[in-house]
Design a protein around this ligand. Structure first.
Ligand SMILES: [Mg+2]
Length: 194
């Protein structure tokens, strides 16, 4: 899993608990055309940048949690993933939006590259990346949500105790907004006649 600087974690520890939006990457932020690692192959999903800004403006932390077994398969390097994530945040900045942290899993249990061949805690449906973000940041789980396009995303979110929602295509902002406005995060879902 990618490292997040200790400085950032210490700064976060001084902050109040905040709701978080956990986003899968391929198929949610960008069209899943298969093992995307170059900016020129990154095609934004409609409403994705606007969704991130929408949640930024509501004081959510925004995390990307993404399986990148292309590293284990020898299709690209960890530095390519890091470079693409820097590029994504650069593009988001043009829209006044940002991702607070990216977490990626480079492993695969049957990897070509032995260094990455393992059964890990981070590859979804395991909840390791979601849990790690919650350990490193001040996250309020009951007010948080996850959006993914595969069942393994939903399983990872639910295993970490996060309200999890399957994106089936279309405009991501419409979905994100409707989750917030209909109160489908756990706190609100359990609130009496909210
Ligand atoms: Mg996906």
């Amino acid at each position: 899993m990618a490292e997040v600087s200790g400085k950032r974690s210490r700064e976060a520890a001084a902050q109040p608990f905040r709701p978080a939006l956990f986003l899968d990457r391929d198929g949610v932020l960008n069209q899943d055309t298969g093992f995307v690692f170059r900016p020129e192959d990154f095609i934004w999903i409609e409403g994705a940048r606007e969704t991130i800004r929408f949640f930024n403006e509501r004081d959510y932390l925004v995390f990307v949690v993404t399986n990148q077994s292309g590293v284990a398969r020898g299709l690209f390097e960890e530095r390519d993933v890091l470079g693409l994530h820097d590029w994504i945040n650069g593009e988001l900045a043009k829209s006044g939006a940002h991702v607070d942290a990216f977490y990626f899993c480079p492993h695969h249990p049957e990897a070509e590259r032995t260094a990455y061949r393992k059964v890990c805690e981070c590859r979804k449906p395991a909840p390791g990346m979601v849990r790690r973000a919650m350990a490193e940041w001040r996250v309020a789980p009951s007010r948080s949500l996850l959006i993914g396009d595969k069942q393994r995303d939903i399983l990872a979110g639910e295993a970490a105790g996060i309200s999890s929602h399957l994106f089936k295509g279309g405009n991501l902002l419409e979905m994100g907004r409707s989750i917030v406005e209909t109160g489908a995060t756990k706190d609100e879902a359990n609130a009496p006649d909210a």
